[in-house]
Design a binder for this molecule. Structure first.
Ligand SMILES: NC(=O)c1ccc[n+]([C@@H]2O[C@H](COP(=O)([O-])OP(=O)(O)OC[C@H]3O[C@@H](n4cnc5c(N)ncnc54)[C@H](O)[C@@H]3O)[C@@H](O)[C@H]2O)c1
Length: 270
C-alpha cells in the first residue's frame, strides 16, 4: 500500500546485497512510496550480481562505491544528482563489516590493523558520506540521512565483538554531524537501532540463533523484521519527521527498555 510519502524524493541507498538485506527491503518500500532511487554497494558486492534484480524491479541505476574511498563517494553523489535530476533528499547508510569477526578473533585478542578497517567501513564511512555530501552541497534542505546500528553500542553483548565499538562511533558521528548539517542546511541525521535480523551481516555474529531467539523473547512486541525496519526508514525520509535529528532511535519491539519478560522467566524455569 502506498501513501506516496516519498513522492518526488530522490534517494541513495547503500548496502543492498541480497533480498534479505535491510537496504533491499528499504529500497522496495521507498520505491513503493514514490521515491526515485540510486542503489550502491562495494564493487565486490556488485560482482555477485544479485543487486541487478532489485535494480530492475525498482528501475534504479547501480553505481559502485567503496564507502572507504572518498573519490568513489564523490563520483556516486555526482552521478546520482545527474541521474535523478537534482539534489538528494535522503540517504540510507546500511553498511557494516567486522574484519576480526570474519577471522574469528576474540575481542580480547583483536588484530588492530583489521580493527581500523572495521571502524573505517562500519563507522567512519558515515562521516565520509556526510562530509562528501556537505562539501558538494549535494543534499536538499530538510534532507534525511539514516544509519543502522545495534544496542551493543550501549550494553554489552560479548559476541558482537569490535562491532560494538564501531556502532558506538557510528552513533556519535550521526549526532556530531547532525549538529553541523542541521545548522548549515537543515539536513537531519539519525541512527536506527534495529533488532537482530537474519541477514548476511547479522548471521556472521557468533551464536546468532541464540541471540535472535533471546531478543524475540525479551521484546514485548517481538523482534522487528527487516521489512519493519524498511517502513521505519520511510517515515524518517518523509516530511512527517522533519524535526527529528541527532537521535539514536530504538526499533526493537521494546527490547531496549525491558528488564525481563514472562517468556524469559518461563524459559529459565524449564
Ligand atoms: N542484521 C542485524 O541483525 C542487524 C541489527 C542491527 C543493525 N544492523 C546493521 O544494518 C546494516 C545492514 O546490514 P544487514 O543486516 O542488512 O546485512 P547485509 O550483509 O545485507 O548488508 C551489509 C552491507 O554492507 C556492504 N558493505 C560492506 N563493506 C562495504 C564497503 N567497503 N563499501 C560499501 N558497502 C560495503 C555489504 O556489501 C552489504 O551490502 C549494517 O550496518 C548492520 O550492522 C544489522
Amino acid at each position: 500500500m502506498s501513501n506516496n510519502l516519498l513522492k518526488s524524493k530522490r534517494g541513495i541507498i547503500f548496502g543492498a546485497l541480497n533480498d534479505q538485506s535491510i537496504a533491499w527491503k528499504a529500497a522496495e518500500k521507498c520505491f513503493e512510496q514514490g521515491a526515485s532511487i540510486v542503489l550502491t554497494n562495494a564493487p565486490i558486492a556488485l560482482r555477485m550480481g544479485e543487486i541487478n534484480k532489485l535494480a530492475e524491479k525498482i528501475n534504479a541505476p547501480v553505481i559502485g562505491a567503496d564507502v572507504t574511498n572518498m573519490e568513489d563517494l564523490k563520483n556516486l553523489f555526482e552521478k546520482s544528482i545527474e541521474h535523478l535530476g537534482g539534489k538528494i533528499d535522503f540517504v540510507l547508510h546500511s553498511v557494516g563489516m567486522s574484519m576480526n569477526i570474519r577471522k574469528g578473533n576474540h575481542y580480547t585478542k583483536l588484530n588492530h590493523e583489521l580493527e581500523y578497517k572495521t571502524l573505517d567501513i562500519s563507522a567512519l564511512s558515515l562521516h565520509r558520506v556526510c562530509q562528501t555530501a556537505y562539501e558538494m552541497d549535494a543534499m536538499s534542505e530538510w534532507g534525511s540521512i539514516v544509519g543502522l546500528t545495534y544496542i551493543a553500542a550501549q550494553r554489552v553483548f560479548p559476541d558482537y565483538n569490535e562491532m560494538a565499538d564501531a556502532k558506538a562511533l557510528l552513533e556519535s558521528i550521526a549526532r556530531s554531524f547532525g549538529y553541523h548539517y542541521g545548522v548549515k542546511n537543515k539536513v537531519r541525521i539519525n541512527t536506527i537501532s534495529q533488532s537482530p535480523t537474519r541477514t548476511t551481516a547479522g548471521s556472521g555474529v557468533k551464536g546468532f540463533d541464540g541471540f535472535i531467539n533471546y531478543a524475540e523473547k525479551m521484546s514485548p512486541l517481538g523482534n522487528a523484521s527487516a521489512e519493519d525496519c524498511a517502513n521505519y526508514c520511510v517515515t524518517l525520509f518523509s516530511d512527517l519527521t522533519r524535526m527529528v535529528t541527532m537521535q539514536n532511535l530504538f526499533h526493537d519491539g521494546g527490547f531496549s527498555l525491558t528488564g525481563v519478560t514472562q517468556a524469559v522467566i518461563e524459559q529459565m524455569e524449564k
